[in-house]
Structures are given as C-alpha cells and as structure tokens.
Write a protein that binds this ligand. Structure first.
Ligand code: SF4
Ligand code: FES
Length: 258
C-alpha cells in the first residue's frame, strides 16, 4: 500500500457541448488524488465531484483501461496520451505529476476527427480507411489451409507483428502538425504486405486505403516523426517508407497492365 501524499491539482479541461459548440477551457480543482491512481481514475473522481455539485460530467472515451482498445484519446499538457513513452492515457499514472501542478486536458485536434463532446472525438475516418482495404479476403469455408503450412521468415513475421500492434488510437494524427494519418495507415498496410496472405490484394489495398485517407481530410506526411514519438505502441516510421514503396509498386503495376 502506498503512503505517498495525495496530490492537489488544478485541471484545465476542454468542455464542448457538441460539434457545433465553440467550446472553451474550464478550470476544476481535485484534491488528495493518490499518485497510484491512473489518469482515467482521476477523471472519474473529477466526474463524481461534478455530479455531486449538480454539474455535467466530462465526456471522455474509454473501454479496456489496459492499453488495448485505443479509445482513451486525450491530449495532456500538449502531448498525446500525456507524458511517458509507449503508453496510452489509461496507462498513465498520477505519480507522473507534481503536487500543485496545473494539467491541461484537451481532445485530439484534427479536421478528420471532429469533436463529438468534450474530450470525445469521432474517429470513424479510421474505420472507413479500414473498410476500404484493411483486410484479407480468405475463403474460410471447408478446406482452409493450416497457417503453419506457409513458412514465413522470422524477420518478416516479427515486422508484421510489430505493425499489427497498432490500436488505432489516433495519437499519431493528433501529434502531427499536418494531422497526417500515414503512421496508422502504413501500419495497417505493412501488417498484410509483409505476409504471403496479404500479397494477393496488396496493390489494390494500398491504393484504396490511401485514396480514402486523402478523401477523409488527413494531411500529408512531412517526415517530422512526432507520430512515432507519441505512438503508444512504438510503431516505427519504417512502415511509412514501406507503404510508400508499396504505393509506387502498385502504381507501376497498374500502368504496366493498362
Ligand atoms: S500508429 Fe500508433 S499512434 Fe497511430 S493509431 Fe496506431 S497505435 Fe495509435
Ligand atoms: S481505455 Fe483502452 S487503450 Fe485506454
């Protein structure tokens, strides 16, 4: 059991009634917060306090609270998922903050992620990119081949597995000065492009996913690398380079066949 002193904090929280509302920062005080509590537990305490005062609680997304679902999107003190590397907001602990500190809490800010309410944004654009090509078409009826029948070099299997750890949280977009979704899309393209199962539809996949990415209003990648730094899953920029190669290869193949 921790004997550490509870934290008294000033919270500056973005409040926005709906997508049409202009929104503004509101100031709240929370007291005696255990350094062992998670950031979301601290937000729960704030909300209990607000409800007790007859005020509207702060809307924020959360589900698994263990770094898997990718929903807990908060921009804390100017960083996606707050201080700390390779963690989501639900994995951030209050021991990272000092007694008396002021903490700024905002939603992801990107044209393609409109604010729904307070800290909740609509990340449906990611779903539409996935629907355009983030899958493999496998006939699962009857004579499905055993996965182990296809030998895959360990290097490729590891790179594909690394790319597949992307949880679609959107921190890459929120951290990018251009609101680019390249790290997310490249992780999804890479996890398939590296494996034999994904090669069949590879050209079509990358072209369709990039097309929807552009249509949804995400910006261009200018190789700043903020996305990689803030990604809770450590998705590497090498995926963007791979996606660019896949995209050029797909373009050359369609030119050749036309
Ligand atoms: S690439 Fe990283 S930051 Fe971007 S959506 Fe995936 S897990 Fe989140
Ligand atoms: S609540 Fe699921 S990743 Fe944070």
């Amino acid at each position: 059991m921790s004997t550490a002193q509870g934290l008294n904090l000033t919270l500056k929280v973005w409040r926005q009634k709906n997508n049409k509302d202009k929104g503004q920062m509101e100031t709240y005080q929370v007291t005696d917060i255990s350094p062992d509590s998670s950031f979301l537990e601290m937000m729960d305490i704030l909300n209990e306090q607000l409800v007790g005062e007859g005020k509207e609680p702060v809307a924020f997304d959360h589900d698994c609270r263990e770094g898997i679902c990718g929903t807990c999107s908060m921009f804390i003190n100017g960083e996606a998922h707050g201080p700390g590397r390779e963690i989501t907001t639900c994995q951030l602990h209050m021991r990272e903050f000092k007694n008396g500190e002021t903490i700024y809490i905002e939603p992801w800010r990107a044209k393609a992620f409109p604010v729904v309410k307070d800290l909740v944004v609509d990340r449906g654009a990611f779903d539409r990119i996935m629907a355009a090509g983030g899958f493999i078409s496998v006939n699962t009826s009857g004579n499905t081949q055993d996965a182990n029948a296809l030998p895959i070099p360990k290097y490729d299997a590891d790179r594909a597995m690394d790319a597949a750890t992307c949880i679609g949280c959107g921190a890459c977009v929120a951290s990018c000065k251009n609101s680019s979704a390249m790290l997310f899309v490249s992780a999804k393209v890479s996890q398939f492009a590296l494996l034999p199962q994904g090669k069949v539809e590879a050209a079509e996949r990358v072209q369709k996913m990039v097309k929807v990415m552009d249509e949804e209003g995400f910006g261009n990648c200018s190789n700043t690398g903020a996305c990689e730094v803030e990604c809770p899953k450590g998705i590497s920029l090498e995926n963007i380079a791979r996606m660019n190669r896949e995209f050029i290869k797909a373009g050359a193949a369609s030119e050749h066949s036309s």
